[in-house]
Write a protein that binds this ligand. Structure first.
Ligand code: PAN
Ligand code: ZN
Length: 208
């Protein structure tokens, strides 16, 4: 006789709740990344060192609800804090999936940002993502999320539980595109391109 493993269907254990403002996902496990854990990610090494001298702020957190049964899905609530290093927006480390063909769906929940995507042939793009927008990340594609706004950027990523995270596969070359703050808003540039001037400070009218 063939034995088939099935979930016992308990409605409460199948329902998760997201508190977008609080950055929580019920039934999930939280991990945090601080600035010191993002060595090599930002284009401007000097600005990164200088920022670390000021402290080691939280850059992002991920709360993951996972299921390891064969064929199952896992999902994570990512929240990237607002911030910049040398004009480059706060970002996640970024990874390929260890099982390269595994795709992922991202859903924007709060703020504005986007995904830097790069495939194994070296082709790359930046896909902006706002609240209620969905980005499909195909297999064989490294992905990094970026907060382009002044409030936390929150999103849900849904992927096959056996996808696995391969950080080393993209870390050495790093992503070819960097997303910078500029006078006309966010811009995706090639890593070696000249940087835009930083956004001009807002001028105060005399007497305000
Ligand atoms: C996401 C990411 C999340 C954090 O859940 O894990 O955005 O990014 P890093 O894992 O690159 O630090 C996902 O893509 N999971 O597969
Ligand atoms: Zn992923």
């Amino acid at each position: 006789m063939v034995s088939v493993e099935v979930h016992s269907l308990v409605p409460e254990s199948l329902l998760h709740r997201i508190d977008v403002a609080g950055g929580t996902l019920s039934g999930g496990v939280t991990s945090e990344r601080h600035l010191s854990e993002l060595s090599g990610c930002f284009a401007d090494r000097d600005a990164y060192r200088a920022a670390l001298e000021e402290g080691d702020p939280l850059v992002y957190s991920v709360v993951t609800a996972s299921d390891d049964a064969a064929g199952s899905l896992s999902f994570g609530l990512g929240v990237i804090q607002p911030g910049r290093v040398g004009g480059e927006f706060y970002l996640t480390k970024g990874h390929y999936h260890s099982r390269r063909e595994a795709a992922e769906v991202y859903i924007g929940l709060r703020g504005s940002g986007g995904l830097v995507l790069e495939n194994e042939s070296g082709s790359s793009c930046f896909v902006p993502m706002g609240v209620g927008e969905i980005v499909y990340v195909p297999g064989h594609t490294a992905h990094r999320s970026v907060n382009c706004g002044d409030e936390p950027f929150a999103y849900l990523g849904v992927y096959a539980s056996d996808a696995g995270h391969d950080y080393a596969g993209i870390a050495e070359a790093n992503f070819a595109l960097v997303v910078m703050d500029g006078p006309d808003g966010p811009r995706a540039l090639h890593r070696g391109d000249p940087r835009p001037e930083p956004r001009a400070p807002i001028e105060q009218e005399a007497g305000e």
